[in-house]
Every structure is written in structure tokens, then in C-alpha cells.
Design a protein around this ligand. Structure first.
Ligand SMILES: CC(C)(COP(=O)(O)OP(=O)(O)OC[C@H]1O[C@@H](n2cnc3c(N)ncnc32)[C@H](O)[C@@H]1OP(=O)(O)O)[C@@H](O)C(=O)NCCC(=O)NCCS
Length: 186
């Protein structure tokens, strides 16, 4: 991290479910950059484990999906997911999402996680089937930190979905669709 402490980034395991859920709860309590309310998350570690099952690497999923977790001093403090289309004509496309625990934001973990996802896509299992050529994501207009991170990695805005998310106070949030493209030959 920027403060010199080491971060371990590895694929998620089912045994992470309890720590993963605790991190998600803390992140969702802030309401920043997230869609779900805390009470819409899985209710128990067992339910979270069921949700995580499809994200755990298996022989069938190895070229289609990975979810990384970031650990600092053994604590699970971030996660990042990349999911590739399974249809043959769409499997050059993937979608990413990422979240860092509120106490660990702005220390370089988000960038490390994004680097790992892009490594997976462009140098790892994503190079199968002709490679991943398009990575998409959605980010709220007001989420400057995330926007800066994605722009610095080459993501470009493609469009805006207005009235995308409704806050409890009745205000709305616009969602920006971004994509990172790797044209064949580049
Ligand atoms: C967005 C998020 C993933 C970024 O992760 P992070 O660990 O906080 O970010 P990092 O410390 O790795 O910083 C990455 C980049 O973000 C940008 N950034 C960080 N802090 C910033 C700030 N206060 N203002 C503007 N940009 C900022 C910078 O470009 C920075 O790059 P650099 O410092 O290496 O030049 C994290 O803050 C988060 O989980 N936020 C809440 C949930 C969320 O918004 N998820 C994304 C939904 S699209």
C-alpha cells in the first residue's frame, strides 16, 4: 500500500464468506459507490458463501470469471470481479466491479486490484478464445475517485443513464457507462 504495508491479492475462496460479508456490510453502510442497501446483502455467511460459489475458480469458469480479494495483515479489505460473456460471439467482452473497505480507501488498493483484473484479462486466462477486447463498467457521476481511477487506466465514457439510482432522500444519480477497448492488433 502507499503506507508501505503489504497487500495480498488472491482469488476468493468459499472460506472467505464471513469476512467478505463483513467487508461488504461496512462498505454498503457508507452508501458510496454502491447500489444495494445493507439489508439487501446476504443475511448470513452461509448465504454469502452460496453467492460466492459461482465466483470461486473452477475448471469450467477459469477463462470466464475471477473474483479477487485483497488482504492486509490477514483482514479482507477489498474485492474486485471480472466476468466474461459466455456466448461465443460476445466472449471478447467482460464486465468489472470493485470495492475497497472504507478504512482502507485511497491507499493504493483499488489500483492494485484493477491492475490484477486487467492482468487477468490481457495477459492471463482472458487471452483465450481470441482474447478480451472490451471491458465495461458502470460508475456514478459523482464518484470522482472511481472515475479518476478508471480514466487513468484508459477507460472512456460511452454513455449516461440518467435517473439510474434513487437515494432515500429522493435524489437521483446518473450512471456513466465506461469501456476499455483493445482493438485486435494492439
Ligand atoms: C473507488 C475505489 C475502488 C478506489 O479504490 P481506492 O483504493 O480508494 O483507490 P486508490 O488509492 O487505489 O487510488 C486510485 C486512484 O483513484 C484516484 N483517487 C484516489 N483518491 C482520490 C481523490 N480523493 N480524488 C480524486 N481521485 C482520487 C486517483 O486517480 C488514484 O490514483 P493514484 O493515486 O494512483 O494516482 C474505492 O475508493 C471504493 O471502493 N469506493 C467505494 C465503492 C466504489 O465506489 N466502488 C466503485 C464503483 S464504480
Amino acid at each position: 500500500m502507499k503506507d508501505g504495508r503489504s497487500v495480498l491479492i488472491r482469488p476468493v475462496e468459499l472460506s472467505d464468506a464471513g469476512a467478505y460479508l463483513a467487508m461488504e456490510r461496512d462498505l454498503h453502510r457508507t452508501g458510496q459507490g454502491v447500489v444495494l442497501d445493507v439489508d439487501e446483502l446476504p443475511e448470513t455467511a452461509e448465504a454469502q458463501a452460496d453467492d460466492l460459489e459461482s465466483a470461486v475458480i473452477s475448471e469450467k469458469s477459469v477463462c470466464y470469471r475471477v473474483k479477487y480479494v485483497a488482504l492486509v495483515d490477514g483482514a479482507l479489505v477489498g474485492n474486485a470481479d471480472i466476468k466474461r460473456h459466455r456466448w461465443r460471439r460476445l466472449r471478447h467482452q467482460a464486465r468489472v466491479s470493485i470495492g475497497v473497505h472504507p478504512d482502507y480507501q485511497e491507499r493504493g488498493i483499488g489500483r492494485l486490484l484493477m491492475d490484477r483484473l486487467l492482468g487477468w484479462a490481457f495477459e492471463g486466462p482472458g487471452t483465450t478464445y481470441g482474447g478480451i477486447r472490451r471491458i465495461e463498467l458502470g460508475v456514478f457521476e459523482g464518484n470522482t475517485r472511481a472515475l479518476r481511477l478508471y480514466e487513468s487506466l484508459g477507460f472512456e465514457e460511452e454513455g449516461r443513464s440518467r435517473l439510474f439510482l434513487r437515494h432515500e432522500d429522493g435524489s437521483f444519480e446518473t450512471d456513466i457507462s465506461m469501456a476499455l477497448l483493445r482493438e485486435p492488433g494492439i
